[in-house]
Design a protein around this ligand. Structure first.
Ligand SMILES: O=C(O)CCC(=O)C(=O)O
Length: 273
């Protein structure tokens, strides 16, 4: 266990994460892949109330399963969050003393699923704000570059909040001052777009403000992913003008309160009781 917790990442990766808002991490999560795969099957049979699956109109087409905030409901997800070096690496990447889990988002594009994840960034969807944030996009299948998630490098530093929309294109809520996401696919050469082929065990780490989108899955293979999201020392609650995603209807907080509570435990450093 100590060996696992002693894993750390290089300054080059940390610097790249800060400069681009995204960096790839190779091979550190291999030990947790089978557990997460099992958790996905259990989760599909026992979805939470937050599940949001895109079921195509064409009944012959496969679905895009999504669920949220389930990391503590299934052993395989819990192990990735609590036992892998992810929390420590999250703190290193965020240059934070601490890492709290915000939530996880499970995204399974079954073979042949035609849903493209539209360009967006995550920050305006959330009840938490701060500069120190990181999501780990963890693939449980081999994903070639042409079917992978892609990012606009540097967009986390544009100082913008883009309008949050659901993946089906409908508005989540109107955020004051938020502008629509630029039409990135119409002029891809104007942006510094980064993507990587990934293997199970890898992760792509990105800031909540980094614009990203992902291909559909026209292949005969599944594209199973869990995206695990962390916040650092500067995290604060933020009030939004509508239903956030994920939604926390029972949380009572004031704008600017330090972020925390039993739903969002501190995972790094480990506190012994
Ligand atoms: O995997 C995808 O299709 C999109 C992932 C995503 O948007 C995220 O992890 O924030």
């Amino acid at each position: 266990m100590d060996q696992i917790q002693n894993v750390s990442i290089s300054d080059d990766v940390i610097n790249e994460f800060h400069e681009n808002g995204v960096a790839v991490i190779r091979g550190l999560f291999g030990l947790w892949v089978d557990g997460v795969r099992e958790a996905i099957e259990e989760n599909k049979l026992n979805p939470s109330w937050r599940e949001r699956t895109y079921k195509p109109e064409n009944k012959n087409e496969s679905e895009f399963f999504q669920d949220y905030c389930v990391w503590n409901n299934f052993a395989g997800y819990r192990a990735l969050v609590m036992e892998s070096p992810m929390a420590k690496i999250a703190a290193q990447l965020m240059r934070s003393k601490t890492a709290k889990i915000f939530h996880d988002h499970v995204l399974v594009k079954e073979p042949g699923n035609s849903v493209k994840t539209p360009w967006h960034h995550d920050q305006p969807y959330y009840i938490v704000d701060g500069q120190q944030s990181v999501s780990f996009w963890v693939p449980l299948d081999m994903v070639p570059q042409e079917r992978s998630i892609e990012f606009v490098a540097g967009s986390h530093q544009w100082g913008k909040d883009f309008k949050p929309k659901r993946f089906d294109g409908t508005d989540l809520y109107a955020e004051d001052g938020a502008e629509p996401v630029p039409q990135i696919d119409d002029c891809r050469d104007s942006f510094n777009i980064k993507s990587w082929a990934t293997e199970p065990g890898d992760a792509i780490a990105f800031n909540f403000r980094t614009l990203h989108g992902a291909a559909a899955n026209p292949s005969p293979d599944r594209r199973r992913v869990t995206s695990v999201r962390w916040v650092g020392d500067d995290a604060r609650f933020v009030q939004r003008q509508g239903k956030t995603s994920p939604f926390f209807p029972d949380l009572d907080y004031r704008d600017g309160d330090p972020f925390g509570g039993e739903d969002f435990p501190l995972i790094f450093p480990k506190v012994s009781l």
